[in-house]
Design a protein around this ligand. Structure first.
Ligand SMILES: NC(=O)C1=CN([C@@H]2O[C@H](COP(=O)(O)OP(=O)(O)OC[C@H]3O[C@@H](n4cnc5c(N)ncnc54)[C@H](OP(=O)(O)O)[C@@H]3O)[C@@H](O)[C@H]2O)[C@@H](O)CC1
Ligand SMILES: [K+]
Length: 512
């Protein structure tokens, strides 16, 4: 897993390395500069001009050191200081002085110098953005903001040092003008800005450079971890050569109504493909035949049905009796019947549970109803559903996805899967997990139903909640990526479901 830290965490790891372990900050800066220089050298020849824009803090110091390194090795470079040399941080002041002594071409930018800078930038093969890093805590304005606007018009490649200037390391929010980089070279660990949208989209490719901060120090302060292939491969349920279907559990999907059999069928398909030994769908009468026709592997239990075509709320006992995990929600409906049925399930079912879609809407504002559950409980909201659960707006959720996912997990005591760009898996305690797989093709009807079936399938096979959720979101996203080769736009959810075994096969190659 790849650690993700916030600004405070990074500062703590820096401070530990410098003050307690005694590695001088200038050594860290030299290493940071070398990593940026190496990335720049990969992108241009030494005869190509590199313009390095430097701010007044240590981010600027990294840039000045990088410019000096490039100049010393014979590369063409010019450093532009977007600050008063008298107000530089201690280490940046050292670098400014060194740049002078090494003869690095350098200038101090003032308002009047903007047209000349614009001219200079047109000649640059690479522009290095070393204006602000983890020290930025508010929107840029004035001269730095104008420089950022200029950077965003250049033809050359833009390499950001640590964080594209204008963004906060802690969040995915666009505070104001921000550099749109092709590459970001960050140090020691990923910051939240690199994984949360929309800010992450300004980072381009992200490289984490080792500059000498011990990995253990970083992991101690990490508030999230990005899942890697090997992590989730290790979660895959073992399939012994002598296994039979009884070893892989029985997933009960409570889903579907008249006109919404498709949602239940998609979840059931994913349940089957996720490896559950048996899958039963308990559904309204009119949905029975379509589900059976689409998913012959699944059993279907008809439930008493109301005039509106959705379940009336009774008769779930027998279906629950055979389940090892239950998933409730896709296409279920929001009327009195579904509401009664959900209450009944919460009352009777004490085993592993997934709640999605309509089940989440029915639970709006009542997350604490789940608090007493001791078995794995996974909620899979999209931002709108999470907002309803918490009584806030989707915009608020999107502004701080980690915090709201965590809040919901605290309120319900379960595992919250907040869907979207880089889906998050949150529990009340412990670091968040961030899923790197997925594609815009997943933004299509039914994709969520597939995920519900998949996570339910892993719960039925006995995985702990956080692992089932992580494995589910990872495979689901990877399946969509694979399908994207043939479906460059929206990927139909049934195709996502079909690709699950291919995604799983990739992971199984990592298991031995
Ligand atoms: N620590 C280490 O060991 C290592 C650190 N490294 C590098 O240091 C970087 C962090 O450096 P940093 O802390 O000096 O902050 P930095 O981002 O350069 O900002 C400078 C100052 O700008 C100011 N400011 C804030 N917002 C503003 C705004 N909107 N508009 C205008 N001004 C604004 C604010 O001062 P304020 O005005 O609030 O007093 C702030 O202090 C880090 O990203 C990495 O690149 C590496 O060398 C590896 C080792
Ligand atoms: K920067």
């Amino acid at each position: 897993m790849v650690p993700v830290v916030d600004n405070l965490g990074m500062r703590a790891a820096d401070r530990h390395t410098i003050e307690e372990l005694g590695l001088p900050s200038l050594v860290l800066m030299e290493q940071a500069a070398a990593a940026v220089n190496a990335a720049v050298e990969e992108r241009c020849e030494s005869t190509d001009l590199v313009v390095v824009l430097c701010g007044r803090g240590n981010n600027g110091g990294d840039g000045l050191a990088m410019a000096r390194q490039r100049h010393a090795s014979g590369g063409l470079v010019e450093a532009v200081l977007v600050a008063d040399p008298g107000e530089l941080s201690q280490d940046a002041a050292v670098q400014w002085e060194l740049a002078g002594r090494f003869g690095v071409p350098r200038r101090v930018l003032t308002e009047e110098g903007l047209p000349a800078l614009e001219e200079l930038l047109t000649k640059a093969a690479v522009v290095v953005d070393a204006l602000y890093g983890t020290g930025l805590d508010r929107a840029l304005s004035g001269l730095p903001a104008q420089v950022v606007e200029l950077i965003n018009t250049v033809e050359g490649e833009v390499v950001a040092v640590d964080i594209p200037s204008g963004l906060s390391g802690n969040s995915g929010v666009l505070l104001g003008p921000a550099v749109e980089a092709d590459l970001t070279v960050t140090f020691g660990a990923l910051k939240w800005v690199h994984v949360l949208s929309p800010a992450a989209l300004c980072c381009g490719d992200v490289v984490v450079a080792d500059i000498g901060i011990p990995q253990a120090a970083v992991e101690k302060v990490a508030s999230g971890f990005v899942l890697e292939d090997q992590d989730v491969a290790d979660f895959l349920p073992h399939r012994a050569p002598d296994a039979h279907k009884g070893h892989f559990g029985h997933l009960l999907l409570v889903a579907g109504r008249r006109g919404r059999a498709g949602a239940a069928a998609l979840a059931a398909k994913a349940g089957v493909r996720g490896g559950a030994g048996l899958v039963t769908v308990a559904t309204a009468v009119d949905a029975v035949s379509p589900i059976q026709a689409q998913v012959p592997e699944a059993m279907v239990d008809p439930l008493p049905t109301g005039e509106d075509g959705s379940v009336s709320g009774e008769g779930i006992e027998e279906s629950l009796g055979k389940a090892t995990a239950v998933a409730v929600g896709p296409g279920l409906g929001l009327g009195e019947g579904p509401r009664r049925l959900l209450s009944r399930i919460l009352e009777l079912w004490s085993g592993p549970l997934v709640l999605d879609a309509d089940a989440l809407t029915l639970l709006a504002g009542q997350l604490e109803k789940l608090k007493g559950r001791t078995a794995p409980t996974v909620l899979t909201p999209h931002p709108g559903e999470l907002a309803r659960l918490l009584g806030v707006t989707s915009a608020q959720v999107q502004e701080d996805r980690p915090a709201w996912a965590r809040k919901a997990a605290e309120l319900c005591g379960g595992t919250v899967v907040l869907k979207g760009f880089h889906t998050l898996v949150a529990e009340a305690e412990g670091p968040l997990w961030i899923n790197p797989t997925g594609s815009p093709g997943l933004a299509s009807g039914g994709a969520g139903d597939v995920l519900t079936g998949l996570i339910g399938s892993f719960l039925a096979q006995g995985l702990p909640a956080k692992q089932a959720a992580a494995l589910g979101v990872f495979l689901h996203g990877r399946a969509a990526e694979l399908a994207g080769k043939r479906f460059p736009g929206a990927v139909p959810a049934s195709v996502v479901a079909r690709m699950i075994p291919r995604a799983e096969a990739e992971l199984r190659e990592l298991v031995w």
